[in-house]
Design a protein. Sequence first.
Length: 284
Amino acid sequence: MGTPELISPRSPRVAAARRLARRNFRGKERRFIAEGPQAVREAVAHRGDGEPTLTELFATPDAAERYAEIVVAAHAAGARVHTADAETLADISQTVTPQGIVGVCRFLDSPFEEILAARPKLVAVLANVRDPGNAGTVLRCADAAGADAVVLTDASVDLYNPKSVRASVGSLFHLPVAVGVPVERAVRGLSDAGVRVLAADGAGERDLDGELDGGAMGGPTAWIFGNEAWGLPEETRALADEVVRVPIHGRAESLNLATAAAVCLYASARAQRASGGCRSVTSS
């Protein structure tokens, strides 16, 4: 397999990939960067609308040898494959310690209407989530819990921010994600689709354990998760069917966003899978 050698960070292909670190260029090109073997492996396997998601691959000679199966699969999928020295990869990469393999991918977000048409049973809605690492981690939690989709509201961070992509650890390529949806539209659409909408908030009147004990968690559910610093505003909480808090049984002041999201999503996932109901997150 012949691959062009990119020996200079000034190469036009490298310059084009490097520009994708900026949101305006990502939006214009509808491309984003996936870094590391796990993300690139998932990108190679993903197809959106019948087209390969990965369009271009850069790897150092060492990484190309170490992850030969990824390189072969990318080439077979029609991606442009390049080898490059470590300096060139560092120029494209957004990490302090690059792993030697970077992919350029097409945007892959799904229309919100398609998510609703699929009759989702478990959805995570990120409202005003501004930290890209948290957004990517919640996406990863949703994937692990078996959620059907994730929705990022119009006030949330860019899905394709390099930190969001890295924090998702490949989960970005596993489930549908809608972006730029106004929170009111998200709640209304999910409710009309028969999904119970719960707002996760530390000041909620409802307790997650109580919801589980009462057998109220087994139906289709969407969780709204808010900003890391100030949570959900009153107008967003008012849109939900219920506002639910994760109980703090110890002395911790609160849970961070990703931890609370994991607890809520797994609680719903277990309740939905339980044949005889679910009494608590930890019960057997």
